[in-house]
Design a protein around this ligand. Structure first.
Ligand code: GLN
Length: 483
């Protein structure tokens, strides 16, 4: 039962082959048995899950239908869940029970999805390895000595290990696509503004976007359908009709213009990944796509710009966790300043503190023009590169990551080494564009992802290309040994 995709589960439930309650119990037992190896969950919500599964079964018995009605999922632990711990992977919020549901959580619950639990993540979504979580590192089911990627490493590891079919995640600089690549999943970061950020604890508000992590493009379409849409509670949410994503999966790729940026194949890319990317290009050519070399000349400036803008926004967003209004409070403070200092010093981990300091520095009076403003100008140049490219091509293709998943601990002493691994993903966030990563093969037994980028609101196009590719390849069906 645990091998089923969301699409298969929807068919099985509709055909009354099993009930949501039966499936939910099987998966909860599987999580209890296998997750100690992975550490992919921070909280399990068994009682809520059984209650929601029973309710979904009752709705089906009353004649209701829907792809998510009775489908088991989990939420990255930065989506607020009413009455349930919402930790953001931090000691700061270890005892925080959200007083309301995030829009994404409420929408999926209304569609009948069943919440099995809250997944582990890098603290405040800062990281590329899921090693900065206060709840401990997450392991990659493909090799337990390797990282699953981050910051949505818990959602990725759990779905890859077949503990559940799909999960929500968020992507500020790659946190859906990079863990998808590292664990052999399909993950979609939607256009900025497509999915509501209300109730999604902020890291860098101008970059953060929620999206689906699943094994197939078909399942990402189902989950995105339940997440997307205008939300008056989020002023950056865009009032644009939501297409039927599953209906967009049948289109031919004949004549599809794929742009391959020449900058993507520079020295930093593992040559074995480069070869797998070339294979995926050939596969898409066989399906009728036309390949065109393009250029994204400002890509080289994207990492420095991102690592100024994201920490700057984080330093502002995280100021609310002061031990008074929100978050951990230290014992016996001597005065107010001591309370702030010790509460934040105890509540935040090293990576979060580093970013708050970098961000506060970049925003300070003497340095604002030199760093923050300069980074914003680069951001515009990165966006302009994409706009020029999309005049000539329909999608852009390349690797998701320069290397496969590294060993646990390998980059802990050098934060910049980890930042450099984001080179292919962060440009989409800077420009606000949708991006998808899908399985493209293996290097030393570790999965490799190919990334597709599209113009604004063309999530359907990305999902269709990935679906056509998956109809003709079987990388996405491979299962890690032991799971
Ligand atoms: N690795 C990037 C960072 O640490 C992206 C994280 C994310 O997308 N949440 O900022």
């Amino acid at each position: 039962m645990h091998q089923m995709t969301l699409a298969e589960i929807a068919r099985g439930l509709a055909d009354k082959k099993f009930s949501s309650e039966e499936l939910t119990k099987v998966l909860l037992a599987r999580i209890t048995r296998l997750d100690p190896q992975l550490n992919s969950f921070i909280s399990l919500t068994e009682d809520l899950a059984i209650e929601q599964a029973k309710a979904a079964d009752a709705r089906r018995a009353n004649g209701e239908s829907g792809a998510l009605l009775g489908a088991p999922i989990a939420h990255k632990d930065l989506f607020c869940t009413q009455g349930i711990r919402t930790s953001c992977g931090s000691k700061m919020l270890d005892n925080f029970k959200a007083p309301y549901d995030a829009t994404v959580v409420a929408k999926l619950a209304a569609a009948g999805a069943v919440t099995l639990g809250k997944t582990n993540m890098d603290e405040f979504a800062m990281g590329s390895a899921n090693e900065s979580s206060w709840y401990g590192a997450v392991k990659n089911p493909w090799n337990l000595e390797h990282v699953p990627g981050g910051s949505s490493g818990g959602s990725a590891a759990a779905v890859a290990a077949r503990l559940l079919p799909a999960a929500t995640a968020t992507d500020t600089g790659g946190s859906i696509r990079q863990p998808a690549a590292f664990t052999n999943l399909t993950g979609l970061k939607p256009t900025y503004g497509r999915v509501s950020r209300w109730g999604m604890i902020a890291y860098a508000s101008s970059l953060d976007q929620g999206g689906p992590l699943a094994r197939t493009a078909e399942d990402c379409a189902i989950l995105l359908q339940g997440m997307a849409g205008f939300d008056p509670n989020d002023s950056t949410s865009i009032d644009e009709p939501v297409p039927d994503y599953s209906a967009s999966l049948g289109e031919s790729l004949q004549g599809l213009r794929i742009g391959v940026p020449k900058e993507y194949f520079s020295a930093g890319l593992d040559p074995r990944i480069a070869e797998l990317i070339q294979n995926s290009i050939q596969q898409l050519q066989k399906l009728g796509a036309v390949i065109k070399e393009i250029s994204l000349p400002n890509m080289q400036h994207a990492i420095p710009a991102y690592y100024v803008i994201a920490p700057a926004e984080a330093s502002s967003n995280l100021s609310r966790f002061d031990g008074v209004r929100f978050g951990h409070r230290c014992e016996n403070p001597e005065n107010l300043i001591d309370l702030y200092k010790r509460s934040r010093g105890e509540g935040f981990g090293a990576e979060v503190q580093r970013r708050i300091m970098v961000g506060a520095y970049a925003l300070s009076a003497g340095y604002y023009d030199a760093y923050y403003l300069k980074a914003q100008k680069i951001r515009r140049l990165v966006k302009n590169d994409f706009m020029a490219a999309f005049n000539e091509v329909d999608i852009i293709l390349g690797p998701t990551t320069p290397n496969p998943a590294w060993k646990l601990g390998a980059k802990n002493s050098d934060p910049v080494a980890a930042y450099l691994e984001d080179v292919y993903t962060i440009t989409a966030n800077l420009a606000g564009l949708p991006g998808l990563s899908m399985p493209a093969g293996f290097v030393d037994g570790l999965p490799v992802g190919v990334q597709l980028l599209a113009p604004y609101f063309q999530e359907g196009r990305l999902l269709n290309v990935a679906h056509q590719y998956q109809l003709n390849t079987d990388w996405h069906t491979r299962t890690p040994t032991g799971f």
